[in-house]
Design a binder for this molecule. Structure first.
Ligand code: ACM
Length: 639
């Protein structure tokens, strides 16, 4: 080890903490004309910095020390403060560090020691001991009767379709039976898994009967057949014999509690290859989700091919060494890159459709647009704008201007391609977290405000979003956005609000007449940590979300069943933001098993939901996760 950096908490208050940084030169060479780079998610107060100066762009920090030479075997020390909540986890500390000499001509990697936290170590909270349930169905079906006996699926078992709507579900069932259980159905065997049309059943609803006559699945919708297959895949039990499975006798009549059941994946902060995206979509089908919200653009990366603007991916899909965007979140000395071609996107959409899942694209505007602004500076940057602002992720240059013709050209072309590519009737346009202070010192924005008699930046934002809404309507799409989409009071009630701040905010939007999807960060954000142990990966700005908290998420408790407001709540969505999600194993760890808990909030009626009952089913269900090689967070380490 030649270079090492230690980060230590020196003092800790609720909204003000001080840190010490020691860089050790353990090599036998002096460092000359050097700088220290590191990655940390928190905003460092520039005036609090000692022994040098710091420049921060997002999570990327570069320290110019007040000494030119760091002698061999000597160390450099500096301090800084933040005015946000204390750091609790090792993933809150430096993610990477690098020494650069002579303007980057020479680089030295630096070993980062885990942050020395102020708070005492807290043991992981253990879950209560439960017996594993043999009927380990998640989400729990809304009506289930069990009988004694088991039906044997053998090498002679055949799938029979009496409904064309069941074709895709039946194919999916075969694929999954083979990949999870190495079980193959026989195209010329007996008719033992029968798919039958039942037009009296609502969208998503299904009946599943297993008896001595075999497996009978009934639905009136393609999605209902998929949900039935998801249940069947959880019912089957392996036997000693090869290519033979058994299924307990049951009668299930099941229908979703909420018609919208979604998950959002952020592919901008870290790019997730197509295979990883599909893997997640497949898991979503197993838990009866029906929407995949694809967060495709953000400050740190533009991930969707737009033929009208190849720069968006040529430039905006790369960050790190030698690119237009600084390294962020994970590593300093490489290039993080990736985007989805339109062909790959079509492939993902049809993969999802085969599993009853609609893919909703998100193009996040007008904030969170740094990658686009850096890719198309001539079109999108307002050169006369002298406004000073800092976004929640510490950028001062990430917002589109509502007063530039280029912004509208950009929107027209991007939305047109997106609308053509995605069959989803909805397109998500973000609208979250436009920072205070934007546009105030832009002569063009001020002129636009005067022209329309606007009084606040929020109205300017509304102006732009109203344009996006109308454009999407012309393209045959309904606009959906985060709850800030209604700021400035310009978009119509046709826009659907994804509420992430709190249930109160959601109900407020519903009261105004918007349809709403519930995605409260305090329960549904899977990038939140799962416990207080410092080794838990994740963040905790909204809350820490242990499995029990995720399970106990019960929406609309305060809203009476008879309240018409309920009709405006279309469903529930969970989300994985990916600042810290760099690889498959981390993704699995953050998602599982909490996704199974949230699936139940989406699907299962309140009277059927009970924490201990869920735990028993989860315990019985873990074997199925293992079979799929899902690297879930072990719910029990004590049993
Ligand atoms: C969000 O978490 N900014 C929607």
């Amino acid at each position: 080890m030649s270079y090492r950096v230690d980060l230590t908490v020196l003092s800790e208050q609720k909204q003000y903490c001080r840190f010490g940084v020691t860089l050790h030169n353990l090599s036998d060479q002096d460092l000359l004309d050097w700088k220290l780079q590191f990655i940390i998610d928190r905003y460092i107060l520039p005036d609090s910095f000692t022994n040098g100066a710091i420049k921060q762009v997002g999570s990327f920090c570069c320290v110019t020390p007040d000494i030119d030479v760091l002698a061999a075997n000597a160390h450099y020390y500096c301090e800084f403060s933040i005015n946000t909540a204390p750091l609790r986890y090792h993933t809150d500390g430096f993610k990477d560090a690098l020494i650069v000499e002579q303007n980057g001509a020479i680089k030295h990697s630096v070993v980062v020691t885990p942050i020395a936290l102020a708070s005492p170590y807290r043991e992981r909270t253990e879950l209560p001991v439960v017996e594993a349930d043999r009927l380990a169905l998640i989400p729990k079906p809304n009506q289930i009767t069990t009988q004694n006996g088991r039906y044997l699926l053998s090498p002679n078992s055949q799938i029979t379709l009496q409904s064309t709507r069941a074709e895709k579900a039946a194919t999916w069932l075969q694929v999954e039976l083979e990949s999870i259980y190495q079980f193959k159905t026989n195209p010329i065997g007996h008719s033992e898994i029968l798919f039958r049309n039942n037009p009296t059943l609502d969208e998503g609803e299904y009946n599943l009967t297993v008896s001595a006559q075999g497996v009978r699945i009934e639905s009136g919708s393609a999605s209902g057949f998929v949900h039935a297959c998801a249940t069947l895949l959880q019912l089957v039990e392996v036997t000693e014999q090869a290519n033979t499975l058994q299924v307990p006798y049951v009668e299930i009549s099941d229908t979703p509690r909420f018609r919208y059941r979604g998950m959002m994946l952020d592919c901008a902060r870290h790019f997730h290859p197509v295979e990883r995206v599909k893997r997640l979509i497949n898991h979503l089908a197993h838990y009866k989700f029906n929407h995949f919200h694809w967060h495709l653009t953000d400050d740190e990366g533009w991930r969707i091919e737009i033929k009208a603007f190849p720069e968006l991916t040529d430039i905006g899909a790369k960050r790190g060494v030698g690119t237009a965007l600084e390294p962020q979140f994970s590593t300093l000395d490489d290039v993080h890159q990736g985007f989805y071609s339109q062909q790959e996107i079509r492939d993902v959409i049809s993969y999802a459709e085969e599993r009853g899942i609609t893919v909703i694209p998100e193009i996040d505007i007008p904030g969170h647009c740094r990658a686009a602004l850096k890719s198309l500076p001539e079109l999108l940057q307002d050169q006369d704008d002298q406004s000073h602002y800092r976004s929640i992720q510490h950028y001062n240059d990430n917002v589109l201007s509502p007063a530039l013709a280029g912004t509208y050209e950009f929107l027209d072309k991007v939305l047109k391609e997106v609308a053509e590519l995605f069959p989803s009737p909805w397109v998500h346009i973000g609208a979250d977290e436009v920072p205070d202070g934007v546009w105030v010192n832009s002569p063009k924005c001020q002129a636009l405000m005067a022209e329309h008699g606007y009084h606040s930046a929020k109205e300017l934002q509304g102006h732009l979003l109203r344009y996006a809404e109308k454009s999407l309507q012309k393209l045959g799409k309904r606009m959906v956005g985060w709850e800030e989409a209604q700021h400035g009071n310009k978009v119509s009630k046709d826009t659907i609000i994804y509420s992430w701040l709190s249930e109160e905010a959601a109900l407020n939007c519903a009261n105004q007449g918007f349809d709403v999807i519930l995605q409260p960060a305090q329960f549904t954000y899977l990038d939140m940590t799962q416990d207080y142990s410092p080794d838990e990966p994740g963040v905790d700005w909204a809350s820490t979300i242990p499995l029990e908290t995720a399970y106990r998420y019960e929406p609309l408790i305060e809203v009476p069943d008879s309240d018409p407001l309920r009709k405006r709540i279309l469903g529930i969505q969970c989300a994985l933001w990916c600042e810290i999600v760099t690889h498959q194993q981390r993704m699995d760890y953050m998602i599982f098993p909490r996704l199974t808990a949230l699936a139940e909030a989406c699907w299962t009626n309140k009277p059927q939901r009970e924490w201990f009952d869920y735990l028993s089913r989860l315990k019985g269900h873990l074997a199925l996760l293992d079979r799929q090689n899902i690297k879930y967070r072990q719910p029990w380490t004590n049993q």
